[in-house]
Write a protein that binds this ligand. Structure first.
Ligand code: NAP
Ligand code: MG
Length: 373
């Protein structure tokens, strides 16, 4: 991320613009635009990918000449502090990057409301994202938001089953489902439903849970007791609201924050496990028959962050991709990120984009300079 964004630092350009100004006939003008830093940026990040989130936020802000106050999540301040040490060692002037550990309700809220902060860039829950917007209203600071998701992952009947099954499992179980883009709603075309559900359930059964430092461990614990309660609460609610558990469905063991990788079927589209972000290793699978209806079903969510499509038919893939309301659509892959690929959300999954050249717009102001000749 730093390498890619460092390349942009020397390529921030404005335009020269030819004016007509019809109400000043005969006058000549020379006009151009400048892209300038916004100023002091507050960046508030979550715990699910602590160092990565810091890099996604810091690199574009610095490449465009801003200064930063970064608040890491309460659970995970150490990588950000170590990065700050390395930044100081690298010779970045004092005061350009400031890492401010603290709680969201105090340190985070104070940054979001502060009159001397020119922009707040936030990654986390949609709920807190809305608080950030309200707090930012005081001085109308700029706001970008990378929020939650309930991303659809769609397997068409002509998909390569092995690739789609492994892909669907990775989409939900990577990082224990603690991913904003987790493929948590799995839609499978009818003829393949049993095969794909059984395949993903088989992978779930084979995942070895355990402490991260133990050799052979494939999935560790969730981040906290709070997250354990939240995810197991959703498992209970899914059962109460009539979903059937194919595999998993509860806490793993008596100690630690381990949750079994879980596949649910038969959940009604109006139930909480289908509508709300669980942020754990829990996927809800549903069959569909009609390709014309699947985009509407996939879009039946307040979120719009990621989506997956698995098919060997390139026309169907791109036709469906254009109908999905999400910031990223992966075809025959999932969770592929690149510094050059813009990332962000439609609808309540966020405002603005991170990465790619799109992020430069989120960290610069445009100034128009107009001279009469
Ligand atoms: P969160 O509450 O949204 O926290 C994200 C960041 O915002 C943390 O640094 C947090 O501080 C801070 N924060 C909390 N309240 C704030 C406020 N009023 N003003 C300013 N900053 C505030 O997320 P979480 O508690 O870590 O997790 C809760 C849920 O959020 C998860 O279950 C998941 O659904 C979602 N989530 C989404 C993402 C994503 O990438 N989209 C990432 C993580 C979590 P603290 O350090 O005090 O928490
Ligand atoms: Mg928190």
């Amino acid at each position: 991320m730093f390498h890619y964004m460092a390349g942009w630092a020397t390529k921030i350009e404005g335009n020269t613009i030819t004016l007509s100004v019809p109400y000043m006939p005969g006058a000549g003008f020379h006009a151009y635009t400048l892209r300038e830093p916004i100023g002091v940026i507050a960046q508030i990040i979550p715990w699910n990918f602590p160092l990565l989130m810091a890099a996604w936020k810091l690199a574009p802000a610095l490449a465009t000449g801003n200064t930063v106050i970064l608040k890491p999540a309460e659970q995970t301040p150490l990588t950000a502090l170590r990065l700050a040490e390395l930044i100081a060692e690298a010779g970045i002037p004092d005061g350009v990057v400031n890492v401010l550990p603290g709680y969201g309700e105090s340190a985070g809220a104070a940054l979001a409301a502060h009159d001397d902060v020119d922009k707040v860039a936030f990654t986390g829950s949609t709920e807190v994202g809305k608080l950030i917007v309200q707090a930012a209203a005081g001085n109308l600071k700029k706001v970008t938001l990378e929020l939650g998701g309930k991303s659809p992952n769609i397997v068409l009947d002509d998909a390569d089953p092995d690739i789609a099954i492994q892909g669907a499992a990775n989409a939900i179980f990577f990082n224990h489902g603690q991913c904003c883009v987790a493929g948590s709603r799995l839609f499978i075309q009818e003829d393949r439903f049993d095969q794909v559900v059984e395949g993903v359930a088989g992978i779930a059964r084979g995942i070895k849970l355990g402490p991260g430092l133990e050799p052979g461990t494939q999935m560790g614990p969730l981040v906290s007791d709070e997250q354990l309660q939240r995810v197991t609460g959703y498992l209970d609610s899914g059962r109460d609201e009539g979903a059937h558990t194919v595999v998993g469905g509860s806490r793993h063991g008596e100690q630690g924050y381990f949750v079994q990788p879980t596949v649910l079927i038969g959940a009604h589209p109006s139930t909480k496990v289908v509508r709300e972000e669980i942020f754990g290793p829990v996927v809800v699978a549903s069959p569909f028959s009609d390709l014309d209806q699947i985009a509407a079903e996939a879009n039946d969510t307040t979120y719009g962050l990621g989506a997956g499509i698995w098919t060997r038919d390139i026309s169907k893939a791109h036709a469906l991709a254009s109908r999905i309301r999400a910031g990223t659509v992966w075809i025959n892959c999932y969770n592929v990120f690149d510094a050059a690929l813009p990332f962000g959300g439609y609808k309540q999954s966020g405002w603005g984009r991170e990465m790619g050249h799109e992020v430069l717009e989120a960290y610069t102001e445009v100034k128009a300079v107009c001279t009469q000749l």
